[in-house]
Design a protein around this ligand. Sequence first.
Ligand code: KIV
Length: 263
Amino acid sequence: MKGVLDFARARREATPIAMVTSYDAWSARLAAAADVDCLLVGDSVAMVVHGFPDTLHATLEMMAAHTAAVRRGAPESFVVADMPFLSHRRGTAAAVEAAGALMRAGASAVKIEGLAGHEDVVAHLVGSGIPVMGHLGLTPQSVHQLGGYRVQGRSSEAAQRILEDARRLEQLGAFALVLECVPEQLAADITAALAIPTIGIGSGVRTSGQVLVMHDLLGLQADFRPRFARRYLEGHELVREAFARFVADVRAARFPAREEILC
Ligand code: KIV
């Protein structure tokens, strides 16, 4: 995908959208070569790359640096960058500064979690020419308020609130919406109610597309295996085994071999 119009077309033509997170140039290059539709520089980078316990530790500088790396690896791809914790909650001027920094770093759009309390920011960014992707349901930046990483929108009142927020985001000009960990029926209802595409994670199959965190897709973390995240590789085993073989070769003086010696 090259631009927001491609998202609208995908929704019209019911072509599923495949999005993965990427945080660096090498993975961006490989994902682009595999025809991934959209790369997300998620604030999950704070957890899976930097080792923090939650996404609240992602800073604007961190997000901009990873966005720039992804852009260098995938110059032609559509790249969405997460607005980090609180960067859209300090008023419109601060949000424009933050979003501008991400766009200048190479983003094609920004993603903003939640809606209540920053509707004006979404409208202002869209009006300023910055495409905005919404993110409703489980919004990890609010993990402490939500009481943990749990499915959202189970009660009819909660489901109604998420549906209303989704409609409002569309009215404000969001071009797409991530639905994280909501019941499948709610995700289907929201998708049917909107003209913009929905991209699900842990929300069933009846959305306009799916997103996975790269480290989950590649199985890079041995002990973290959410039920909704299909592993396409046991990456942690392959990587650990490669390191172990290197260590064994060095210790046995099998590396470098004759042909690996430069002179
Ligand atoms: O930060 C992230 O990786 C995300 C996805 C889980 C959608 O926002």
